[in-house]
Design a protein around this ligand. Structure first.
Ligand code: AMP
Ligand code: FE
Ligand code: FE
Ligand code: ZN
Length: 290
């Protein structure tokens, strides 16, 4: 049975379970350590930590910041970030405002494409959470324009879709520096898309468009870890990534990217992540504090 899952979402962003439900499920599955890593939000952390208090499970506070590069997205995880830090919260608030503004523009584009949906319904589904494209997809399903979230992304709201809209984003190096600034450990998330659209290339020579090509710059900005265990990663991919982690002196981390029951990203605890990853992260945290 796996013991560690360092990449989980809750209703604080686009996950389906509340922080309490997530922690309860993880404890039932026998996980010993999970990290809560919501998109651009730390709003679920207090609840998750409270839920972990009377269970035999440890919750590592985290966040996942979506950043922009010319041809796609790079996600940076931040572990042990001080989420009560004022500057960091100002940053997250700005990012969430950018999401709200983008949701409005996507709804307008959908209307222009002959698919009017209600912005209020999108925001209602998001509730207190960071509003994201999955919420827009859900309303498109409710309205009968598409049959699934995947179809919504493929046809309309994916990066190259006709209803896609840009939003305020940081660069990967900026996100890395902000996480460090708030005392956190920045980790480059899922650096390879397992469907092969991002070719890791031969070991040691990343494709120019791969997030791995950013490693020298991100290490300069304070990167501490690399997500090498991830939903859909083969042993070969993980091996290549472990090699990058060694060469750049990064802690290997991993998780499922769990978003809730029935969601496709990955099942909670389904990815093997060695417990020593947690120990190594904590060791970096200690040395960073000194
Ligand atoms: P956003 O954060 O608003 O840019 O939306 C991106 C999120 O949508 C990702 O973090 C995924 O959790 C979710 N998602 C669900 N299905 C897809 C898909 N087919 N393609 C990309 N993202 C998806
Ligand atoms: Fe997500
Ligand atoms: Fe991600
Ligand atoms: Zn994620």
């Amino acid at each position: 049975m796996n013991q560690v899952d360092l990449h989980c979402h809750t209703t604080a962003s686009d996950g389906l379970l509340t922080p309490t439900e997530l922690v309860a499920l993880a404890a039932r599955r026998g996980l010993r350590v999970i990290a809560v890593t919501d998109h651009d939000s730390t709003e679920g952390l207090d609840e998750a930590l409270t839920a972990a208090r009377d269970r035999r499970i440890e919750v590592i506070p985290g966040v996942e910041i979506n950043t922009d590069v010319p041809d796609g997205e790079v996600h940076v995880l931040g572990y042990f970030v001080d989420w009560h830090d004022g500057d960091f919260q100002v940053l997250l608030t700005r990012l969430r405002h950018g999401r709200l503004d983008r949701a409005e523009r996507m709804v307008a584009k959908l209307a222009a494409l002959g698919m009017p949906i209600s912005l209020d319904r999108v925001l209602e589904l998001a509730g207190d959470a960071t509003v994201g494209r999955p919420h827009v997809a859900q309303v498109l399903i409710e309205a009968g324009y598409v049959a699934s979230t995947d179809e919504a992304f493929d046809r309309y709201i994916g990066r190259h879709g006709p209803a896609y809209a840009e939003r305020l984003r940081l660069t990967p190096a900026e996100a890395t520096a902000h996480i460090r600034g708030a005392g956190g450990l920045p980790v480059l998330a899922h650096p390879i898309v397992p469907d092969g659209t991002q070719n890791p290339g031969r070991p040691g020579t990343p494709d120019a468009s791969s997030p791995l090509a950013l490693l020298p710059e991100l290490c300069q900005a304070g990167l501490v870890g690399l997500e090498v265990y991830y939903t859909g990663y083969t042993a070969v991919i993980t091996d290549i990534l472990l090699d990058y982690a060694r060469r750049f002196n990064l802690v290997p981390t991993g998780g499922s990217d769990y978003h809730g029951p029935g969601r496709l990203e990955g099942e909670l605890g389904s990815v093997y992540v060695p417990l020593r990853c947690v120990r190594q992260l904590k060791a970096r945290r200690q040395s960073q504090r000194r």
